[in-house]
Design a binder for this molecule. Structure first.
Ligand code: ZN
Length: 410
């Protein structure tokens, strides 16, 4: 079965300027043509023709920092302590469908409770549930007293659902092996602190270089990707030197660390919308002025704009991925992180779309199959009612998006 989208304004995701009056021709799940069609080259026979006059066709969007198993929680204990894994699995499936409806045909997890992502990815791939192409993470790996080890010792709870606590190269290697055994594609680790968690402030670095190197070595030996949460300069430097594949946030990274990230070809995922959301909406959910105030997140947001602009100027690969899944930063608002790429970091709308498509595919190591609209690629695309280069915000309006994944309309 052939499908032709005709009269499209085509943004192919390569970074090229839009092409008017283009056609995208799809056979089965694969693109066979994307661009203007010479007269007489239109598909004939039983081709399904969809006229998209006035609309823009872009590659399916890619969310680079996603937590499907965080169900818009109001408190961190709701991530696992107050939530059985069976229930996490159910709402994760609902979140995955929402991701797809928002125009995101692929996503990379940045951590999951238990191994919920792994089961979900399987269910999506088997066609049981609609959802994006997914790189699954398992439980986070974190040091004793690190960011994800927040249950006080006297409660004797340890940390089970969300993270594996591991110290020293030997324990860390064992933790990586466990995460891989449970089916993860992505090994997520916490190297730095976070303003939200007073026991590990932003500037904290909770793993040594030796420890992160062991983690990366073990994960790479098994072909897995490493994603590291860092915010302060020290943790950013350690993650960059250890050669993690993607650096999440790195808000206070200095020029030397940014150059290291660039030279090693690592990817930076700012997750910047999260900061705006927590400042705008956090107080309604009990996030205190101490956390948000001038020396907390407000300082970080000022620093963020500066750091990410320098990162952009250095040519570091950057991908939108907004850390959604909290009450103050809920699922469904994914494209808000593309908006901050334009409004705050200074990407043009076309560049921001490239970051959210081609660059995301590179991060996922799926660039030979997705991320751009070219012959031979999978037909993952979004038909946008309007022109996102005039207003990038329309990507947030689900009513204006028609989504296709693998040649099938969602
Ligand atoms: Zn996150």
């Amino acid at each position: 079965m052939r499908t032709q989208l005709k009269n499209a304004r085509l943004i192919d995701g390569t970074g090229a300027r839009p092409v008017a009056d283009a056609s995208v021709v799809i056979e089965g799940e694969t693109i066979v043509h994307a661009g203007p069609l010479a007269r007489g080259d239109e598909p004939t026979g039983d081709a399904r023709v969809i006229d998209v006059t006035g609309k823009t066709v872009i590659p399916g969007l890619i969310e680079a920092h996603l937590h499907l198993s965080y169900n818009n929680v109001k408190a961190i204990a709701d991530l696992d302590l107050n939530c059985p894994p069976e229930y996490s699995t159910l709402f994760s499936a609902r979140n995955a469908e929402l991701v797809l409806k928002c125009g995101y045909t692929a996503a990379r997890s940045a951590g999951s409770v238990h191994a919920v992502d792994v089961a979900l990815k399987r269910a999506i791939n088997e066609g049981l549930y609609p959802g994006p192409r997914l790189l699954a993470a398992g439980r986070d790996i974190c040091a004793t007293g690190g960011m994800a080890d927040w249950n006080p010792s006297y409660l004797k709870l340890g940390m089970d659902g969300l993270a594996l606590i591991a110290d020293g190269p030997e324990q860390i290697r064992a933790a990586v092996r466990r995460v891989i055994k449970d089916g993860a594609d992505v090994v997520k680790c916490y190297v730095g602190g976070d303003a939200l968690l007073p026991h590990t402030p932003i500037a904290d670095c909770t793993y040594t270089l030796e420890e992160v190197r062991a983690l990366v070595d073990e994960a790479h030996m098994r072909g897995r990707m490493v994603s590291a949460h860092v915010r302060g300069e020290r943790s950013s430097e350690v993650a960059a030197r250890a050669g993690v594949d993607s650096i999440e946030h790195a808000t206070y990274a200095n020029d030397e660390t940014l150059k290291r990230i660039r030279d090693a070809g690592l990817t930076l995922v700012p997750g910047l919308r999260y900061l705006y959301s927590i400042i705008e909406n956090g107080p309604r959910f009990g996030i205190t002025e101490e956390i948000i105030g001038p020396s907390g997140l407000r300082d970080e947001i000022k620093q963020a704009a500066d750091t990410y602009r320098r990162a952009k100027d250095l040519g570091i690969r950057m991908c939108p991925g907004g850390d959604f899944g909290f009450a103050w930063n809920p699922h469904g608002e994914y494209a808000k992180d593309i908006q901050v790429f334009v409004d705050v970091i200074g990407f043009t709308p076309l560049e921001a779309i490239t970051c959210a498509t081609r660059r995301g595919a590179e991060l996922m190591r799926m660039q030979d199959r997705i991320g751009t609209l070219e012959p031979g690629k999978l037909a993952d695309l979004v038909i946008v009612d309007g022109d996102p280069l005039r207003d990038i915000g329309i990507l947030q309006d689900r009513a204006r998006l028609t989504v296709m994944k693998g040649g099938a309309l969602v």
